[in-house]
Design a protein around this ligand. Structure first.
Ligand SMILES: NC(=O)c1ccc[n+]([C@@H]2O[C@H](COP(=O)([O-])OP(=O)(O)OC[C@H]3O[C@@H](n4cnc5c(N)ncnc54)[C@H](OP(=O)(O)O)[C@@H]3O)[C@@H](O)[C@H]2O)c1
Length: 228
């Protein structure tokens, strides 16, 4: 039985992943920054016979990451999914604080969490490190605007690609997955192409089929390779 840790598991793609892994019988550490407001996740945990455990984690806060590490101790984590993200506080205007917050949450936090969970991954059976990235992190297909978001996902891709090489000798596999255009809070007011459930099904399939040959590749939830 797999043990999966998901960041930003209280809504959107993270919640759909938590639901589907739980329904497959996995043990899920479902992280969110404010469990008191995570009603859907509470409901899932309550009906999971103890398989879904909620852990408080603000990915922008290093003391919160240290607390996560203390809570988990040396618990092996088969699949670590860095899902939490923000769409970019500075949007189309280039503004220092919003830009840096976007970089911190989307690009730096997954790297720090990977580092904090390195031993937990290494001691697991599957050893899979996942980043939910975005097509907007593809430099070759970059349009204008949303500069902070694009830059943050490009930096995330570069960092995770680096880990896929640096940790390969330990058997750690890294997936860089674009979830598609998904109907969640993040794209509120827009009509996206797929539901969070459909997206999660695709992501879980890609994570399941990850091998050393596909580790570090940038692809979407259907397995279509994306140019950097
Ligand atoms: N939706 C799309 O079309 C799309 C496309 C490409 C990539 N993505 C990526 O997919 C991932 C999930 O996004 P989504 O569409 O599911 O969006 P969402 O519904 O807005 O969910 C974002 C999640 O990230 C969490 N989060 C944000 N900042 C956090 C922090 N500092 N600490 C902990 N959790 C934090 C949110 O928690 P709170 O509720 O506490 O804010 C929420 O659980 C993101 O990385 C996003 O960039 C989405």
């Amino acid at each position: 039985m797999s043990t999966v840790l998901i960041t930003g598991a209280n809504r959107g793609i993270g919640l759909a992943l938590a639901r589907q892994y739980a329904s497959q019988g996995a043990n899920v550490f479902a992280c969110c920054r404010d469990p008191a407001k995570a009603d859907d996740l509470e409901e899932l945990a309550a009906s999971s016979s103890g398989r879904v455990r909620i852990i408080t984690l603000d990915v922008a806060d290093e003391s919160s990451m240290a607390s996560l590490k203390r809570t988990l101790g040396d618990q092996p984590i088969d699949i670590l999914i860095n899902n939490a993200g923000i769409s970019g506080l500075s949007e189309d205007r280039i503004e220092a604080e919003g830009y840096m917050t976007t970089m911190r949450v989307n690009a730096l936090a997954p790297m720090l969490i990977a580092q904090a969970m390195h031993d937990n991954l290494r001691s697991s059976t599957q050893k899979k490190l996942v980043a939910i990235t975005s097509i907007m992190g593809s430099t070759s297909s970059a349009g204008g605007a949303k500069y902070a978001y694009r830059a943050s996902k490009a930096a995330l891709n570069n960092g995770m690609r680096g880990l896929s090489r640096a940790w390969a000798h330990e058997g750690i596999l890294v997936a860089l997955l674009n979830p598609g255009y998904v109907q969640t809070e993040m794209v509120k007011g827009q009509v996206a192409f797929i539901s969070a459930d459909e997206c999660a099904r695709g992501l879980i399939a890609r994570i399941a089929e990850l091998t050393p040959a596909t580790s570090g590749i940038f692809q979407d939830y259907r397995g279509v390779k994306i140019r950097w």
